[in-house]
Design a binder for this molecule. Sequence first.
Ligand SMILES: CC(C)(COP(=O)(O)OP(=O)(O)OC[C@H]1O[C@@H](n2cnc3c(N)ncnc32)[C@H](O)[C@@H]1OP(=O)(O)O)[C@@H](O)C(=O)NCCC(=O)NCCS
Length: 499
Amino acid sequence: MSSPVVTALPDETVADAAARMQDRSVGSVVVVDGLRPVGILTERDIVRMAAAGPSSAGQKVADLMTPEPDCVHPGLSVHEAFASLDVHGYRHIPVVEGPELVGIVSLRDLVRVAQVQPVVHPGQIEAPPGLEGVIVAETQVGDVRGLEGFYHYRQHSAVELADKRSLEDVWFLLFDDHLPTPAESRAFAAEVRALRPVPDAVRHLLPDIAASGGPLMDQLRTAVSLLGHSQGFRAWLDVDAAELRSNALSVCAAVPTLIMALHRLGQGLEPVDPDPDLGYGENYLWMLTGERPDADNARAVEQYQILTIDHGFNASTFTARVITSTGADVAGAVAGAIAALSGPLHGGAPSRALDLLDAIGTPENARPYLADAVSRGDKIMGFGHRVYKTTDPRSQFLRGVAQRIGAAKVGFATDVEQTVVDVLAELKPGRNLYANVEFYAGVVMEDVGLPPDLFSPTFASSRVIGWCANILEQAADNRIIRPSARYVGPPPPQPVPDA
Ligand SMILES: CC(C)(COP(=O)(O)OP(=O)(O)OC[C@H]1O[C@@H](n2cnc3c(N)ncnc32)[C@H](O)[C@@H]1OP(=O)(O)O)[C@@H](O)C(=O)NCCC(=O)NCCS
């Protein structure tokens, strides 16, 4: 508002008031009786008077003013003041505190602080929170059918692939669009096994990363960045498709080696070099202990790794595609995806699911413990899914794997699973909450000798293949992913106080 206000008295002549308005360059005067506004005289009133002819020259202000004008309070927001002017068609509104005139708001004041309202482009779409149900890309990598409890990699049931094929065959499928022939399978295995060792430049830095003592997922993120740099990865916009594929293969092959090297260094142990004669799961457990693993355990972990290679547009895959859409290098996209996967709502859940079993302790304690937790608003780790509204096929398959290897906690976990489903159906009716991949993942991994700090990294060890298949697909048909947000903060521009 403007203050002090240019005023006039009711018994002044309009000519005197008009001269003052011109002198002070204002478009109105507030007519006062003492400090109380009793009217308002505006340029418009004076123009009207002039049009009436010379006979009106000596007219008094009281004859021409608008009496008892609408007034506003100084606490009114700029938005409300604008609305008030707009609704009544005024150009000036006196501001009063109690009965006293303290200022005047004019259209000119408001234009000075006016903001341009955001433009809503035609065709702009309001997405639901969490982008639930929004299709943002086309993909041939795979799909999740939440109501059927089915998912696939390039049209082959992922569960059937986990049952029948090696991880390297499934990796080939994701990168090369078809399941390999026996000759292709041997050639591909030889190609990717040769890429398992990490380059010396990175190997020498791993002890320092491990010494930081942070979570293994954070260490892995750092190591992947270094790997990309040491191998000369460049922004994919600057490389051809063959070089991009080669970068992607390198990072996928090295991630399991980095995970196990960092884990062992954190335990004060020397890393165990990968063995090119061993299959994927066998090599993974070999690098953990330096001992030839039990074949059933190796197959169990490899099946878990196959099941978790890809799963639609989950948060980490979407992250990898967003980063790739900018033209960035493969290692950058994978590092970002690792960060997304590390969150407890995504890949950080399996150790928490196992903690849940430990916290419940006995079958009798399951129902009261869970009812209490859900009533408190806690999320039960290893249950619920954005897409599955029925049993997650991965959890069913892993329950079978856990039973096959005779996992110590599988019987208890099966009882608890049923109790959780019942309790959630009672306390969260209609939400369709069932065990997800994480619930039996911890049970299986614990039994094959993987400690909890390796649970999320083991998820990442194979999900990196899915990320890279998506990275290659994004790069092959790219448009930068750049959505919009609705600004809901205080109206801009707010004045910047002098420093
Ligand atoms: C996976 C997950 C993040 C999906 O989230 P989402 O699709 O955004 O679903 P919401 O969190 O909005 O949940 C919908 C409703 O179900 C409830 N719900 C979902 N998962 C639940 C769980 N695990 N325990 C208890 N309640 C749960 C929510 O409280 C919410 O209830 P409300 O309608 O009363 O608010 C969510 O189910 C979850 O946090 N699960 C536990 C973590 C986990 O296991 N993650 C691994 C995923 S593979």
